[in-house]
Write a protein that binds this ligand. Structure first.
Ligand code: FE2
Ligand code: FE2
Length: 315
């Protein structure tokens, strides 16, 4: 069949909300965009375990430790579903991980910020997982089947993550003077980076139009960011805290909150690898990969022996 016809059938499926599956014909650019996006997402889940894992040993109670352990473990699981989804597009997991370690592949810049106090764990759950959910709920309807299905389960776990983060801050916001200050300080530091998680402004976002046409994305960066701001600006009232933005104000005409200018210089600096923890995060990932080599070797040797035994039995 000529390529034009294949392309027509492909777009028709998308328009009719039929999912694209691994064995279906797809334009090369569609495959590449999905592969880049899904693997980047997988890397973000796994690198995202680092700033929070940093607090597991210092969580203030056994209960908090259990919750945080479960949450960090969920993120590892998200990484695994997503690597599997990305593999259906024709790249091996090892290759993807090599690209992460060499710095060729990106992950979400938010994880290049440090976690300085216990309140940061609350702010991450509430703001960072909260921003991620906005994006991920949209992705449960993305056109590539394997990605959409992975997102359904991930979203259920993410809403638990957000609630636990909010609850940490709620307890601190009702605590001592020091606890209240710690809570406000964490919100001050995580607010702007969490807005940057939605990516550049629509006017500066390069492959947005094509992604919309292919229904990889269904909402623009600015739209998602605005929805997030509207949600958080209301939720913060319960905490009795303030968002660090003097321009934040309800706009009756737009029926949305207005907000101040994001520092895009900082955004691009962190994307380029000059964030406060870029080096630390990649070093930690490389070290974990090297330390885990014997586990991978042992598992592969065991699988090989088992396969040989089964073959003997069958013969
Ligand atoms: Fe996650
Ligand atoms: Fe999460």
């Amino acid at each position: 069949m000529p390529v034009q016809d294949l392309e027509k059938i492909f777009q028709q499926k998308i328009d009719e909300e039929i999912k694209i599956e691994p064995k279906d014909w797809m334009p090369d650019a569609y495959r590449k965009t999905n592969l880049r996006q899904i693997s980047q997402h997988a890397h973000s889940e796994v690198v995202g375990m680092l700033p929070e894992g940093n607090w597991i040993t210092r969580a203030p109670s056994l209960k908090r430790k259990l919750i945080l352990l479960a949450k960090v473990q969920d993120e590892g699981g998200h990484g695994l579903y997503l690597y599997s989804a990305a593999e259906t597009l024709g790249m091996s997991r090892e290759e993807m991980i090599n690209d992460l370690h060499s710095g060729k592949a990106k992950y979400s810049s938010i994880f290049n910020y440090p976690t300085l106090t216990w309140a940061d764990i609350g702010a991450i759950g509430w703001l960072v997982d909260g921003a991620a959910i906005m994006n991920q709920v949209m992705l449960t309807r993305t056109s590539y089947g394997a990605y959409a299905r992975a997102m359904v389960r991930i979203c259920k776990e993410e809403s638990f993550h957000q609630r636990q983060g909010f609850e940490i801050l709620l307890v601190l916001s009702r605590g001592s003077k020091e606890q209240k200050e710690m809570c406000q300080d964490a919100i001050n530091r995580w607010w702007w980076p969490s807005l940057m998680m939605f990516g550049p402004k629509d006017s500066e976002s390069t492959n947005s139009d094509q992604s919309m046409k292919w229904k990889i994305k269904r909402k623009s960066n600015d739209e998602l960011r605005q929805n997030f701001i509207d949600m958080i600006a209301e939720q913060i009232k319960t905490l009795g805290m303030k968002l660090p933005d003097d321009k934040l104000k309800w706009n009756e005409e737009r029926k949305h909150y207005d907000f101040g200018e994001i520092n895009w210089d900082e955004f691009w600096q962190v994307v380029k690898g000059n964030g406060p923890c870029n080096k630390q995060r990649l070093d930690a990932r490389r070290e974990a990969w090297e330390n885990g080599e014997w586990v991978r070797d042992a598992a592969a040797a065991y699988a090989k022996k088992r396969a040989a035994r089964q073959k003997d039995k069958a013969a």
